[in-house]
Write a protein that binds this ligand. Structure first.
Ligand code: G3P
Ligand code: MG
Length: 347
């Protein structure tokens, strides 16, 4: 369902193994390419002792751009063509919710970019926190929209507005303001701004594109991510209402659904690009966060016939030398070592 760049199919022997890569902490860090990443992909693209092309896909919890746009960026950074057909990001499964809800609040990402992502997914009536701030600036007492933000937002009649669901597409750039709005809606009467429910059972559900509490950037310590924002929102909800927020759901890794989705994408990719049918015998999943990538891969491995083999790299969230709470099948210094390990093991 994604547009593909013009890539001709590979015609050589298709190996019965494949790779799936996490991105942040494995291939990129703080937006910069991890040095071994380019070489690792060259090895998969035929620069190996067998001269074969080895299929691979990307499974990141990150997001904030359309899949096509993100793949264009990745192609430049990784010096190889990355197709949206081999790419899954945190919000990719949200496209399946576009027909379920009418009016939705879309939160997170740079500026209003996630509005465009939601549009490409087919969401019909998309509202952003910026629209609500433009419609009533008193909603967020400590933030005024910049002129550029003001121009790209819509003015709405808040009396008429009913938010049916909240989708956090990417990391919030303004926790305080976004939390103010999200919490108001969660505690509202049927998603109407300016109302407070008596039962706290009428608010819209909230969907998070992932649940990463921390992630690896170019700072020496891990930084808080969307999962941390979720903890904050849910604790505030409990603090205010005395109730647990039951209608809060996260997509992304380590959810089993994301791995099932990844299997379908990998099968389609092997078929369209390599002419091979079915799932490979082994999938090497290379990740940097044991609570997410390793946990998810190990758990998924237990549910399927194929082997999902977890490899933890030392270039991201995981601190080398510590004992990972979810044990990987292999620890590798970096993504190149991970790739070489997988190839050696499968050949
Ligand atoms: O915001 C993205 C980050 O939490 C993790 O991305 O590529 O490590 O799944 P990734
Ligand atoms: Mg990662």
């Amino acid at each position: 369902c994604y547009p593909s760049p013009n890539v001709s199919p590979v015609t050589k022997v298709v190996p019965d193994f494949a790779f799936a890569f996490d991105i942040d902490g494995v291939l990129l860090k703080g937006g910069e390419v991890i040095p071994e990443a380019v070489e690792a992909l060259k090895v998969l693209n035929g620069k190996n002792q067998f001269g074969i092309d080895i299929p691979y896909i990307f499974v990141t919890n990150g997001g904030g751009k359309t899949e096509a746009e993100r793949c264009q960026d990745l192609s430049k950074q990784l010096e190889t063509v990355v197709s949206p057909d081999q790419f899954i990001c945190g919000h990719s499964p949200m496209r399946e919710m576009a027909d379920v809800y009418g009016t939705v609040l879309v939160v997170g990402g740079e500026g209003e970019k996630c509005r465009d992502v939601a549009k490409t997914y087919g969401f019909k009536n998309i509202v952003t926190p910026g629209d609500l701030m433009k419609s009533n600036p008193a909603v967020t007492p400590f933030r005024k929209l910049k002129d550029s933000e003001h121009n790209s937002c819509k003015e709405l009649d808040l009396e008429e507005l009913e938010i049916e669901a909240i989708f956090v597409f990417a990391d919030s750039r303004h926790w305080g303001d976004d939390a103010q709005i999200i919490l108001e809606l969660l505690m509202s009467k049927n998603g109407r701004m300016g109302t407070v429910s008596e039962t706290f059972e009428e608010g819209p559900p909230i969907y998070w594109s992932h649940n990463d509490v921390v992630w690896a950037t170019n700072y020496e310590l891990n930084r808080y991510g969307m999962g941390a924002f979720r903890v904050f929102v849910e604790s505030m909800y409990k603090h205010q209402t005395g109730k647990d927020l039951k209608t809060s759901t996260a997509f992304g890794k380590p959810q089993i659904g994301t791995y099932q989705f990844a299997t379908r994408v990998l099968e389609q990719w092997r078929e369209s690009r390599f002419g091979a049918k079915g799932a490979p015998k082994t999938v090497y999943f290379v990740g940097d966060t044991y609570e997410i990538d390793i946990k998810g891969t190990n758990e998924y491995h237990e549910t399927v016939d194929e082997e999902w083999y977890s490899i933890l790299v030392e270039t991201g969230v995981y601190a080398p030398g510590s004992v990972p709470a979810h044990e990987p099948r292999q620890i590798a210094k970096n993504v190149l070592d991970a790739v070489l390990h997988g190839i050696k093991r499968s050949h």
